[in-house]
Every structure is written in structure tokens, then in C-alpha cells.
Design a protein around this ligand. Structure first.
Ligand code: CAA
Length: 508
């Protein structure tokens, strides 16, 4: 992070002094700077002259005294309060009285650092996101002691570097990590419980929610030790068990498997994560039956059309279908339609019960042939992801067949157990609920929350905009289903959501 931040500052035309603990670390830092800017040169994003200029602006040293002329110092040492305090004591001694001292901590309270210095009014947090040269967000953290002028100077500087500052108070996780890490940890718990595989969870969140990386690829990028530190810090403040780090994460860290930087974390980096992606299903488009009418049935018809698949929706036609999808708008109607279809279907046809929220075992039992029935969820009916849930009654070969048939419709298929929200909704709606809670609590406004996730984590849209796009009533329905299943109080829809649903008003 230190090298990344130094690169951002030097690219912004500033003279930078980079301090490391010893000569070896200094050389590693120099290597990071050269590699990162060298990559930009290779991609034609930077000329060799510009690279030389950027590197020429960074003076590297192991002597704190070289910071004596700096206007701003950004600390990015490991996340140990004792170490940070030692560094700040040294900075306090060598830096000019008017210099602003900033910490890039992602897990320690900035206030705890500020009170240990002789200049608490000039201590701020400046929180960059990994990779620092790429991510546009910088959270600027003001403690109750920070003077407004120090915050303004840092926010202006961040803006001059082409980044977007979001200024907020000193709460564990700030905005982005507070919203991100509940989700990342839940993904780890999902893997640990056997709900779905690592690759299916990563694929689901990339393909189904449009995220730039799946949760396990991202945790490996951040570093699993950092993930654990951030989770422990947020848990200490929130006491929300969704922030209690998954034992799997803790085990990996104890084993020294820290992600990309150590060569192995959730993935092993001698071959790329992308290589493990599932191959596309091969074979002719299947004959598909659809029972029920409504937007989902229309979306399935459009999908079959694109794939060149024959679609049948008459009772007589169902007998020749390999896959029969229930797509009724109303669960009761769907149940009746599917049990009638089950009578007409060929013995080896797969029945798929669509569900927007709860588990499907009830509908599967009502078909009279639960062994041949799976749950199906299309998180975005116009998108390309299909989530297939096998119930405890589903025959493994029926689940395999469902995955194959849906793959032959051109869909990316992921598989999971029969639980509320499948994968995508079970992970995204609690995160969206947290964002609504943050908005309701007044910690940050809608623009800051949305900017944190789009600019800090590369999400295609921010959570407040997402809630309005996906529908607040849908959010409340899915959250209620998740809450009913787990009885976890943190999964109950927050009052701001239910209030807006009652008032029929979007959040924005
Ligand atoms: N250093 C410098 N530049 C990098 C880089 C790195 N480590 N990784 C990628 N880039 C640059 C590339 O050079 C490329 O630049 P150009 O477009 O100018 O050529 C650009 O980023 C895109 O890279 P790629 O095409 O190789 O890869 P991609 O399209 O898959 O994007 C990504 C990579 C930008 C990392 C993207 O996957 C992403 O946005 N991921 C989400 C990252 C995220 O969530 N970060 C926040 C983590 S939380 C945190 O950091 C806070 C904390 O406290 C823990």
C-alpha cells in the first residue's frame, strides 16, 4: 500500500519522500514502484519519460529526519497500534509543527492514534483502496479532535490527485469496509458451510451481481491477514456476528496462507484463478416447457429464443420437454401449475421451481416427484447467470441434468443448496440492508455511500442506487426470508426500508 500511495502522489506531480524500515524493505518498495509504472508503460498508458519523471519524484530513505520538510505524511505500516504509535511519536518529533499527519489504517481507530501525539488536531485518516493507483476513492477520516482546516487540506489534495474524497467520522470500517466485509465474511461462511463452492460463489457474484471480482479473489487481493484485522476491528464495535471472522479465514491466516502476496489463500497462484472457471456446456439447445405467465416467463421465452431452444407452454406440449420451468408470479399458483405439469412430464424431465426468496423444498414436494425437481433463480432475468439449488430430496443426477440443460441455453450455471436467496441474493441483500442502516443512522449520505462502493471497490452501482433499482419491496421480501431462515436479527430489514416501502417512495 505504501508504494501504491507513493506512486499516486508522484503521478500527481508531488515530491515524495518514502521511508522504509530498512534497506531490504526499501528495495522491495522501489521494485513495486518500478513494476507498477513499468506495467503502465507496457500498456501504453505512460511514456518512458513520464515514468522516469514519476520515479524521479520519489526519494527513498530509511531516515525519519528526511520527512522534516513535508507538508503531509501518510503512514502505512502494519496494523498494530503499538507500532503506529511509535511511528507517530517519531513523526511528531521530526515533522514541521504545521504538517498534517495521516494514517492509512483500515482497522484501527484514528482517534487512538491521534491522542498519542502532541498534535491531535492535525491527525486525519486517509484511507486508500487496493490497488491504490487504480481505485478512485479515498476516505478522509476526521476524528472529534481534528481541526477542519486539516481535513479540507487533505480532501483538496486528494481531489488534485484525481481521486474522490469522502469525508467521514471515525467509526470501525469507515464506509466501504463496513459494508464490504460483512459480505466477504458471509461468503467465507457460505463456503465453510458447504452451501456452494469457492468458484461458484465467485462466479455468481461476478456474473450475477456484476462485481469486478468475486469475494474470494478479492480477499486474496486484499490479503487474508488484513481481512481478519478489519473484521476483528469491526466486530469489536458492531458486535454483529456477521463480522465475527469465519473460522476458515482465521485458519488460513494461521497457516500463513495470506492470499496473492504469499502465493496461496483461497486460491493458489501458480495458476490463475480464471483457469478454474467452468467450461461452457456443449450440446443442442433443449426443449423447454414453461408454466405460468408474467415477466419471468417472458424472460425465459426471450432466453430460449436467443439460444434457439424450442419453447412449449401448452399442457400437451409438456410431455416432450427435457426441462420444465415454473415461472408463475404467485407461489401458490406456481405450485398448482407445476404439480399439473409433473403429471404430464416425461419421467426423465427435470422440473425447475423458480424462487425469488425462500427455499423451494415445499414446492418440490408438491410436485409429487421431488427427486427430479431443482430450485432455479435468475438474479437478473435479462442476465446470464442461473443459480440451481438441489434440495435434500433432489437426485444428484437431476441436479447435474438441470445444470447441463441450462448451460445449453447459454447460461452460466452455479449450484448451491436450497437456502433463502440462493447465492447472489443471500449475499447482496444483507449488504444492501447494511447500507440502508448506515444511511438511516446518518453516518454518511447516499452519495458518499454509493461513491464508496463504486469508486473504492469497483461496484457497477452503489448500494443505495441498487436498492432503488432492484426494488425496496423485493429487498424487504428477501431479507424477511433470510431472517425467517436464520433468525439472525441483523438480517431483518431495517426500519428505513420498511418505512419507504410503506410510503411507496424510493430512497433517493
Ligand atoms: N497496480 C497498479 N495498477 C493496476 C493493478 C495494480 N496492482 N492492478 C490492475 N491495475 C491496472 C491495470 O494496469 C489496468 O490499467 P489500464 O486500464 O490503465 O491499463 C487496470 O488497473 C485494469 O486492470 P486489469 O485489466 O489487469 O484487470 P481488471 O480489469 O480485472 O481490473 C481491478 C483489476 C482494478 C483490480 C478490478 O478487478 C477491481 O476493481 N477489483 C475490485 C478491487 C477492490 O474492491 N478494491 C478494494 C479492496 S478493499 C481495500 O482495499 C480497503 C481495505 O482497507 C482492505
Amino acid at each position: 500500500m505504501g508504494a501504491g500511495i507513493a506512486e499516486v502522489l508522484a503521478r500527481g506531480g508531488l515530491a515524495v519522500v518514502g521511508i522504509e524500515v530498512n534497506q531490504d524493505a526499501l528495495e522491495r518498495g522501489r521494485g513495486h514502484l518500478e513494476n507498477s509504472t513499468g506495467r503502465a508503460v507496457k500498456r501504453g498508458r505512460l511514456t518512458e519519460d513520464a515514468q522516469r519523471e514519476i520515479l524521479g519524484r520519489v526519494a527513498l530513505s530509511t531516515d525519519f529526519a528526511d520527512l522534516g520538510d513535508c507538508d503531509l505524511v501518510i503512514e502505512a505500516v502494519p496494523e498494530r497500534l503499538d507500532l503506529k504509535r511509535k511511528v507517530f511519536a517519531e513523526l511528531d518529533r521530526v515533522c514541521r509543527d504545521d504538517a498534517v499527519l495521516a494514517t492509512n489504517t483500515s482497522s484501527l481507530p484514528v482517534t487512538d492514534i491521534a491522542v498519542s501525539t502532541g498534535r491531535p488536531t492535525k491527525i486525519v485518516g486517509v484511507h486508500f483502496f487496493n490497488p491504490a493507483p487504480v481505485m478512485k476513492l479515498v476516505e478522509v477520516i476526521a476524528t472529534v479532535l481534528t481541526e477542519p482546516d486539516a481535513v479540507t487540506r487533505v480532501a483538496d489534495l486528494v481531489r488534485s490527485l484525481g481521486k474522490t474524497p469522502v469525508t467521514i467520522g471515525d467509526r470501525a470500517g469507515f464506509v466501504a469496509n463496513r459494508l464490504l466485509f460483512g459480505y466477504l465474511n458471509q461468503a467465507a461462511s457460505m463456503l465453510e458451510s458447504g452451501h456452494a463452492t469457492r468458484d461458484d460463489i465467485d462466479t455468481a457474484m461476478k456474473t450475477g451481481a456484476g462485481l469486478p471480482m468475486g469475494p474470494f479473489t478479492l480477499m486474496d487481493l486484499i490479503g487474508l491477514d488484513t481481512c481478519l484485522e478489519v473484521l476483528d476491528a469491526i466486530y469489536a464495535e458492531s458486535r454483529d456476528r456477521r463480522h465475527a471472522a469465519s473460522p476458515l479465514l482465521r485458519e488460513l491466516v494461521t497457516a500463513g496462507l495470506l492470499g496473492r502476496k504469499s502465493g496461496r489463500g483461497f486460491y493458489t497462484y501458480d495458476k490463475s484463478a480464471a483457469e478454474s472457471a467452468a467450461e461452457a456446456a456443449a450440446g443442442p439447445a433443449p426443449v423447454v416447457g414453461v408454466v405460468g405467465v408474467g415477466p419471468l416467463a417472458d424472460a425465459i421465452a426471450a432466453l430460449c429464443d436467443r439460444a434457439g431452444a424450442e419453447l412449449r407452454d401448452s399442457a400437451a406440449g409438456l410431455a416432450g420437454c427435457e426441462l420444465i420451468i415454473e415461472a408463475a408470479e404467485d407461489a401458490e399458483a406456481g405450485r398448482a401449475l407445476l404439480s399439473a405439469a409433473a403429471q404430464a412430464a416425461a419421467p426423465d424431465a427435470v422440473l425447475a421451481v423458480t424462487s425469488a426468496d425462500g427455499p423451494v423444498i415445499g414446492q418440490a414436494m408438491a410436485t409429487g416427484r421431488p427427486a427430479g425437481t431443482v430450485g432455479l433463480h435468475l438474479p437478473d432475468p435479462a442476465g446470464t447467470l442461473a443459480e440451481v439449488a438441489a434440495t435434500v430430496a433432489t437426485a444428484p443426477e437431476a441436479a447435474d441434468r438441470a445444470a447441463d440443460l441450462l448451460g445449453r441455453l447459454g447460461l452460466t450455471v452455479v449450484r448451491c443448496r436450497d437456502r433463502a436467496g440462493f447465492i447472489v441474493d443471500a449475499l447482496r441483500f444483507p449488504y444492501l440492508n447494511d447500507a440502508a442502516a448506515m444511511l438511516g443512522a446518518g453516518y454518511a449520505d447516499a452519495d458518499s455511500i454509493d461513491a464508496a462502493m463504486t469508486l473504492g471497490c469497483g461496484y457497477p452501482t452503489g448500494p443505495i442506487a441498487d436498492l432503488d433499482r432492484l426494488g425496496l419491496d423485493r429487498a424487504v421480501t428477501v431479507l424477511n426470508a433470510l431472517h425467517t431462515e436464520t433468525r439472525d436479527p441483523a438480517l431483518a430489514p431495517v426500519p428505513l426500508l420498511t418505512e419507504h416501502v410503506t410510503a411507496a417512495r424510493p430512497l433517493r
